[in-house]
Write a protein that binds this ligand. Structure first.
Ligand code: ATP
Ligand code: MG
Length: 252
């Protein structure tokens, strides 16, 4: 059965998109059939996949509003060897426009049901907010992956997210669970990062991925080339870490 993962954290800049793009490419590199859904008006996952947000005509926005089929929006065979449902700035309006529509929380879920059987994994890159777009991601998903930086306020934000997940479970998606917490941009020499990491493991135990994503400049440069880091510098620590994460997920 297709595994649909929402990559979510309402905190901005924690590595959601970097994880979405690079995990998609790493899973695809091990022969998995992958679809990446860009659910953020910033469209960073679209650009990071080498798809120009300025020129695409049909996006996830049209799909959510029922103006296009999901197949019509799909970009097949990106350079990262996965398929993409792209986004652009139009998506910022979807929030308001969807309020009027029926089943506004489950529109992505319904759309994905049509093509889910074609994939082993579907990854959904959520925006940095607990809004209707993220809600659509959480309703469509089987599980949530939470990338986070081990900083002082990280744990505080986590409780809001955990409460939102509980609410989605009660109202829309009873089997939604947390798949795992991913430590991103990790610097082991930073004492605070170590402490937060220890706390995280104490609270969430097995839910914390063993794989840690280090801070690595190659990961930050790769989107500038429209490439996952794997095809920018395969030997880099960043590329190796996401390959390791893919392995951990596949063998879980
Ligand atoms: P937003 O909330 O705005 O959607 P995000 O959670 O998707 O942000 P990213 O865009 O993935 O976060 O990352 C934020 C910034 O940090 C980007 O410039 C990215 O290139 C950089 N970055 C992410 N992960 C790493 C890493 N492991 N090492 C170095 N830089 C990183
Ligand atoms: Mg992002």
């Amino acid at each position: 059965m297709t595994k649909i993962l929402a990559i979510t954290n309402q905190k901005g800049g924690v590595g959601k998109t970097t994880t979405s793009v690079n995990l998609a490419a790493s899973l695809a590199a091990s022969g998995q059939r992958i679809l990446l859904v860009d659910l953020d008006p910033q469209a960073n996952a679209t650009m990071g996949s080498g798809v120009n947000k300025q020129t695409i005509q049909v996006t996830v926005y049209h799909v959510l509003l029922g103006d296009a089929s999901i197949q019509a929006s799909r970009v097949t065979g990106t350079q990262g060897k996965y398929d993409l449902i792209p986004a652009n700035r139009d998506l910022a309006g979807a929030e308001v426009e969807m309020v009027e529509l029926s089943q506004r929380e489950t529109r992505l879920k319904t759309a994905l049901e049509v093509i889910a059987h074609e994939y082993d994994y579907i990854l959904i890159d959520c925006p940095p907010a607990l809004n209707l777009l993220t809600l659509n991601g959480l309703c469509a998903a089987r599980a949530v992956m939470i990338p986070m930086q081990c900083e002082y306020y990280a744990l505080e934000g986590l409780s809001d997210l955990v409460n939102t997940i509980k609410r989605v479970r009660n109202n829309f998606n009873p089997t939604l669970r947390i798949e795992g917490l991913l430590r991103t941009m990790f610097d082991p020499r930073n004492i605070l990062a170590q402490q937060v990491s220890d706390q995280l493991q104490k609270h969430f135990g097995e839910k914390v991925y063993r794989t840690v994503i280090p801070r690595n400049v190659r990961l930050a440069e790769a989107p500038g080339f429209g490439l996952p880091v794997l095809y920018h510098d395969e030997q880099s620590k960043g590329a190796q870490a996401y390959l390791e994460l893919a392995k951990e997920i596949l063998h879980a």
